[in-house]
Design a protein around this ligand. Structure first.
Ligand code: NAD
Length: 381
């Protein structure tokens, strides 16, 4: 399928399944979102409207391996350009994905996106420490923005990014693909409907064995170690299970097994989040082992998602037995939902304020670890 061809909309083989999946994804935010998205899809797929154009900024592993392929499955948006430091790479992408070479921009030329009718959304997929500058420059060019997680390296930067988007009148969304994953939506449902009682004992870990020397261990670019990179997913799951922001945290960094590699960021960190009404979550994240789960328990049962945070292969077990949940293309749902938000004017379920909330928790975790595990209250917005 040529993604640049709006006619491709009409020939997508699994559109009905996809509409259902998208509606499911949108339903996680409640309200009329699912209906709005279904209506948008119906209108778009009946041939009226062009898909919204997305430019990917930063053509690294995530853009190449996940987002560009996902944009071949989206119904409301398409890959229409790239922002990259390598013109040669951009040309290869334009040939592979069928967008004009005129839609390849260097980082120094972000302002040239202003007024370009092909691009509606820029998806910022660069190292964390560059997100503020990139998001603000995209907003100033008048384009809607999706910014990868973590939103930035500090709450102060998150505030500047949200202010810039507000000022420019553009929407800002954070790349929390799991908001659209049905396994995690089931966690939302259990938390809301209390089948197992209030989910008050939470635990989770997201860790992977990291061995390269790259921006992820340079503090100015990463903001921190595994907590910033993947521990943030445990924070997201815990906030969903608790249906709240934690009030306080305690944390400790574990001794480094490879101090020569992790001389700027933590290698392993453990933390406890205290939510209102006595709900607690014990969590950890490491670059020295592989682990990937989330568990929530109430008085009448438990749910365990394991593995919990991948693009694929998520599984759910409960005290009533395992659940068979059909997987979905997370990133395609995420991008289509944002496109729908732009088309309908509704608020995204993964707004900048969510990225900021998580950053406030992360700042409190690092502050606690730096102060020998002292209890630190999470700053309120
Ligand atoms: P990567 O290293 O594979 O790619 C980073 C890209 O940024 C490269 O194309 C690189 O050329 C470009 N870049 C621009 N300026 C740079 C600079 N000064 N230093 C280094 N690179 C620079 O990284 P990635 O894994 O694609 O991660 C990019 C972002 O996406 C991060 O914020 C990361 O947290 C996020 N991410 C999200 C998910 C998810 O599931 N949502 C998964 C992977 C990564």
């Amino acid at each position: 399928m040529n993604p640049a061809d709006p006619g491709a909309l009409r020939s997508h083989p699994s559109r009905r399944d996809f509409v259902r999946a998208v509606a499911l994804g949108a339903a996680c935010v409640g309200g009329g979102a699912a209906g709005a998205l279904a209506a948008e899809l119906a209108e778009a797929t009946q041939g009226g409207r062009r898909k919204l154009g997305i430019a990917l900024m930063g053509l690294g592993l995530y853009s190449r391996g996940e987002l560009a392929p996902a944009l071949q499955k989206t119904q409301l948006c398409r890959l229409a350009g790239v922002v990259t430091g390598s013109r040669e790479k951009g040309v290869k992408w334009s040939q592979k994905y069928g967008f004009p070479e005129a839609n390849i921009w260097d980082y120094s030329a972000i302002h040239q996106l202003a007024g370009n009718p092909d691009i509606d959304i820029v998806y910022v997929v660069t190292p964390n420490g560059l997100h503020p500058e990139h998001v603000i420059r995209v907003a100033e060019a008048g384009k809607h923005v999706i910014c990868e997680k973590p939103m930035a390296n500090s709450v102060a930067d998150c505030d500047k990014m949200m202010a810039a988007c507000r000022k420019a009148g553009v929407k800002l969304s954070i790349g929390y693909r799991l908001q659209f994953d049905p396994h995690h939506i089931e966690l939302d449902r259990l938390a809301r409907e209390k089948d197992f009682g209030t989910l008050d004992r939470l635990s989770g870990e997201h860790s992977w064995t990291f061995t390269q020397r790259a921006w992820r261990i340079e503090k100015s670019l990463s903001g921190g170690g595994p907590l910033m990179d993947v521990g943030i997913y445990v924070i997201q799951a815990a906030c969903r299970a608790a249906r709240a922001q934690p009030v306080a945290v305690t944390a400790r960094e574990l001794p480094k097994t490879r101090p020569e590699l992790f001389n700027e960021v933590e290698e392993t960190i453990e933390w406890r989040m205290e939510f209102p009404a006595g709900v607690v979550c014990d969590a950890s994240s490491s670059y020295a082992r592989n682990n990937n789960f989330f568990r929530a328990e109430g008085a009448r049962g438990w749910i365990r998602i394991d593995p919990a945070y991948g693009y694929r292969g998520i599984e759910v077990d409960t005290s009533r037995g395992p659940l068979a949940i059909t997987p979905v293309p997370q990133q395609a749902l995420q991008m289509d939902d944002f496109a729908s938000c732009i088309l309908t004017g509704r608020e995204t379920p993964v707004p900048g304020s969510m990225g900021r909330d998580h950053m406030a928790i992360i700042e409190a975790i690092y502050a606690s670890a730096a102060q020998g595990g002292r209890r630190v209250e999470v700053a309120r917005a």
